[in-house]
Design a protein around this ligand. Structure first.
Ligand code: SF4
Length: 148
């Protein structure tokens, strides 16, 4: 099982600074168990982000969707509609989830996927590029889980 910790709000705010309509995508397995990226955490961070941006005078529209596993194509399909409706994707899954989402929703064929750090990609309406950033870090395999 993957264990992760969530990035702080100021860091996420910086990452999303250019976007006003973002999909917050939770993952319903490992990061739900370690309380860093499941439906509950997506709800909490969405509220905090909306409030922070409102205080900055630049409100943000956030759509929240949590799927069972972001690293499996059959589940990622459920993000197709929401991904289309939003400028960028903030993944609460681990690096494997962010990577899988970036591959599944690469944006226009003519523009390569943009990546920032080990877990990033984004969509800009103007350029037609889609990107997804990771909301969690410090991902590692739990020794307790691997010892089983
Ligand atoms: S994307 Fe990462 S956190 Fe989500 S189920 Fe797969 S391995 Fe676990």
């Amino acid at each position: 099982m993957i264990v992760a910790s969530r990035k702080p709000i100021p860091e996420l705010k910086e990452v999303l600074a250019k976007h006003d309509k973002v999909l917050f995508a939770g993952c319903g397995t490992c990061v739900t168990v370690c309380l860093s990226g499941g439906e509950r955490e997506v709800g909490i961070i969405s509220s905090a982000m909306r409030m922070a941006r409102r205080l900055d005078g630049r409100p943000i529209e956030i759509e929240q969707v949590t799927i069972e596993r972001q690293c499996e194509n059959e589940f990622i399909q459920d993000l197709a509609g929401p991904a289309e409706r939003n400028e960028a994707i903030l993944s609460f899954g681990c690096g494997a989830g962010v990577q899988a989402i970036a591959e599944r929703f690469p944006g226009s064929r003519s523009t390569p996927r943009s990546t920032r750090s080990s877990s990033a990609s984004s969509k800009s309406r103007r350029s037609g590029r889609r990107s997804a950033w990771g909301a969690v870090r410090a991902c590692f395999r739990s020794s307790a889980a691997s010892a089983r």
